[in-house]
Design a protein around this ligand. Structure first.
Ligand code: HEM
Length: 540
C-alpha cells in the first residue's frame, strides 16, 4: 500500500514538473517571439539610430535577410540592386551600411585608429588550436604579424619568383597544346586550368612543394576542399551572428559535412608540417638546401630578434595558399570571359602581345609590365568582375565615425559596395562596356564624377590591412627601372599567363555563356561555372 502511494506521489510530481517545464517553455518561446517582433519593429522605427538610411524593409528589419543571401553566395548582387534603387549610402541590415562614394574608402579602411573588422566574414581560429592568421587577428597582433610576414613578400614578390611563374605558365601552354592536338580540339574548361596553374604556383612559392595539379589535371587535396570549407564557414558565420556557435551545430551535421569541414584544415596542416619538418632537417644539416620560399622566409628571425612562431607560420601559410591561388585564377577566368566576349579588345591585345614578342622566351615579367594594353585589360577585368566583391566590413567605434561627411553611429558595420561601383553609370561612362582604354595613363580618362578609375576602385583594399600579395616594390628595384605595378605578385602572375596564352592560341567561347557572371557565387572567394573555350594554336 505504501509503495503504491509513493508511486502515485511520484507520478503526480513528474506530471507537475512536466507541466511546469511545458509552460515555462511556452513563456520562454513567447518571450523570444515577442522580443523578436519588438526588435523588428524597433529596427524599422524612426527611433533606430540608422533610421535615416534608406534600404528595403526586410533588410532594415532583420539581419536574417542579409545572412540568408551571404550564405547563398549572392549578397554582393543584392547590395548592387539595393544601391541601384536607393542611392550611394544604403542600409543592408539593421546594423550595417554600404557605401559607394569613393571618398568613403579611406574613411573606412585607412583610418587611425583603425575601424575593427567584423568577425563574421572569415572563419575564426578558436576551434582549430591555431593562432589567428593576418586576416582575422586583432589590430595589435595584425601589426606584429604583418611586420614579420612582410619581408617574405618583398623578397618573394618580385624577380626571385620569376622562374617559378615562367615554369608553370609554360607548363599550362604546353599541356593545352598537347590537349588540343590530341583531343580533336575539344573545348577546355579554363576555370579548371587556371585553378590548377595558380595552385601549382602558390604551392611552389609558399611551400616549395609540387602540387602537380597541371601534370595530373586535378586539384591538390588541400585547395580542393577550400571552397567547400569556405561555403560552410559562410553558413556557420551566419549562425554565429545569432549566438549559435560551430560547436553547437556539430551534432546536427552529417558525416559528409563534417568531413568537408575537416578535410581542408587537416590537409593544409599536414602540407605545412611537411615543409616545417624539412626546415628542421635543413637546419640540422642533413637536408638539401633549397631556394627560399614564403614559409622559409616567414620563419626567419628579424634583426630585432623577433620571429613568427611555427603555429603562426602554419596559420598564415593556410591563408596565403588559399588567398594566393583562387584569387588570381578567378581574375584570369574573369579576364578571359570578358576578352572572349569583346572581340575588339581581344584583337587589340593579341596585336600588342604578338607584335611585341618573337618567341615565348621573350615573354618575361619585365616585358609584360611594359605592355600598357595588357595592364589596362587586367585592371578593367577587376573593375567589371572584382575578386573582392564584398571586402570585410569594419565596425564604427563607440562614439561613432565620420563617413562622407555624415556621423555614422557607433557599432555600425560599414563596407564599400565595390561590385556596384564598378558597374555604376554615375562613376563610369558606359559601365557595361569592357573597355581597357579607360585605364590607359596617357588618355587620363575620368568618369562622370571627374575621378580616374583608380581613384574609384580599390580591388586590393587599402590601408594597413590591404592585400599582402600587392606589395610595393623594393626601393632598390625601383632604381633598377622597375615600374611600381611590377611588384604586384598577383597581377604579375596574371599578366604573364595571359600574354603566353594569347601568344600561343586563338580562342573563342564554346557556347555563349550568357549567365556565366550571373551564376557566379561569392563566399569570400568565387565559385565559378565552367568557362569552356575552343583553343587553336597560332600558325606562324
Ligand atoms: C587578383 C588577386 C587578388 C586580389 C583582388 C586580392 C584582394 C585582397 C583583398 C581585398 C584583401 C583584404 C581583405 C579584407 O580586408 O578582408 C586581401 C588580403 C590578403 N591577401 Fe589578397 N588578393 C589577391 C591576391 C593575393 C595573392 C596572390 C596573395 C598571396 C600570395 C594574397 C594574400 C593575401 C593575404 C595574406 C591577405 C591578408 C592581409 C592582411 O590582413 O594583412 N592575395 N587580398
Amino acid at each position: 500500500m505504501d509503495s503504491r502511494n509513493a508511486t502515485a506521489t511520484d507520478v503526480a510530481a513528474t506530471w507537475h514538473y512536466a507541466s511546469l517545464a511545458f509552460w515555462y517553455s511556452v513563456y520562454a518561446a513567447s518571450a523570444i517571439v515577442g522580443f523578436s517582433i519588438l526588435k523588428l519593429i524597433y529596427n524599422i522605427s524612426p527611433f533606430h539610430p540608422l533610421s535615416k538610411y534608406p534600404g528595403p524593409l526586410l533588410w532594415r528589419a532583420t539581419r536574417l535577410t542579409a545572412s540568408w543571401h551571404q550564405a547563398r553566395g549572392d549578397l554582393y548582387k543584392c547590395i548592387d540592386a539595393i544601391h541601384s534603387k536607393y542611392g550611394p549610402t544604403v542600409r543592408i541590415a539593421p546594423d550595417e551600411l554600404s557605401f559607394t562614394n569613393p571618398e568613403a574608402w579611406s574613411q573606412i579602411y585607412n583610418t587611425r585608429p583603425q575601424l575593427q573588422k567584423t568577425e563574421f566574414h572569415f572563419g575564426r581560429a578558436d576551434e582549430r588550436k591555431l593562432p589567428e592568421s593576418l586576416i582575422m587577428a586583432n589590430d595589435a597582433e595584425h601589426a606584429r604579424l604583418r611586420r614579420l610576414a612582410n619581408p617574405a613578400f618583398l623578397t618573394a614578390g618580385i624577380l626571385e619568383v620569376e622562374p617559378v611563374m615562367q615554369y608553370y605558365a609554360d607548363l599550362l601552354c604546353n599541356q593545352l597544346l598537347h590537349e588540343v592536338s590530341h583531343a580533336r580540339s575539344q573545348p577546355q574548361d579554363m576555370v579548371q586550368w587556371f585553378l590548377w596553374t595558380l595552385n601549382d604556383v602558390i604551392g611552389k612559392l609558399a611551400l616549395d612543394q609540387e602540387f602537380d595539379c597541371l601534370k595530373l589535371r586535378r586539384m591538390h587535396p588541400w585547395p580542393k576542399f577550400l571552397l567547400r570549407g569556405l561555403k560552410n564557414i559562410a553558413i556557420f558565420n551566419q549562425f554565429r551572428r545569432f549566438g549559435i556557435t560551430e560547436k553547437m551545430l556539430v551534432p546536427l551535421m552529417s558525416k559528409k559535412q563534417l568531413e568537408a569541414r575537416d578535410n581542408f584544415f587537416n590537409e593544409a596542416v599536414s602540407a605545412v608540417d611537411r615543409r616545417l619538418a624539412r626546415e628542421k632537417s635543413e637546419k640540422a644539416g642533413d637536408g638539401e638546401k633549397k631556394t627560399p620560399d614564403i614559409v622559409g622566409l616567414m620563419l626567419r628571425e628579424m634583426k630585432d630578434g623577433n620571429r613568427l612562431t611555427e603555429k603562426e607560420v602554419t596559420a598564415n601559410s593556410i591563408l596565403i595558399v588559399g588567398g594566393g591561388a583562387e584569387t588570381t585564377s578567378s581574375c584570369l577566368s574573369g579576364t578571359f570571359y570578358h576578352l572572349l566576349k569583346t572581340p575588339r579588345v581581344l584583337k587589340k591585345l593579341q596585336q600588342e602581345i604578338r607584335s611585341g614578342f618573337a618567341c615565348p622566351k621573350e615573354i618575361t615579367i619585365r616585358a609584360t609590365s611594359n605592355l600598357p594594353y595588357l595592364k589596362a585589360t587586367v585592371e578593367e577585368s577587376l573593375r567589371i568582375f572584382p575578386i573582392a566583391s564584398y571586402i570585410t566590413p569594419r565596425t564604427t567605434p563607440k562614439g561613432g565615425h565620420m563617413i562622407t561627411g555624415d556621423h555614422v553611429p557607433g557599432g555600425t558595420y560599414v563596407s564599400m559596395g565595390q561590385w556596384h561601383m564598378g558597374r555604376s553609370g554615375q562613376l563610369f561612362d558606359n559601365p557595361k562596356e569592357f573597355r581597357p582604354e579607360r585605364w590607359l595613363d596617357e588618355l587620363d580618362v575620368k568618369g562622370p564624377a571627374n575621378l580616374r578609375p583608380d581613384e574609384i576602385l580599390k580591388p586590393f583594399s587599402l590601408g594597413p590591412r590591404n592585400c599582402i600579395g600587392k606589395q610595393r616594390v623594393r626601393p632598390a628595384l625601383i632604381q633598377c627601372g622597375f615600374a611600381d605595378e611590377l611588384s604586384r605578385l598577383a597581377l604579375t602572375e596574371a599578366r604573364l599567363v595571359i600574354a603566353k596564352l594569347l601568344w600561343h592560341f586563338d580562342m573563342e567561347l564554346d557556347g555563349d555563356h550568357s549567365t556565366w557572371v550571373e551564376d557566379a557565387r561569392f563566399y569570400v572567394l568565387w565559385e565559378l561555372q565552367p568557362l569552356n573555350v575552343k583553343l587553336t594554336p597560332v600558325r606562324r
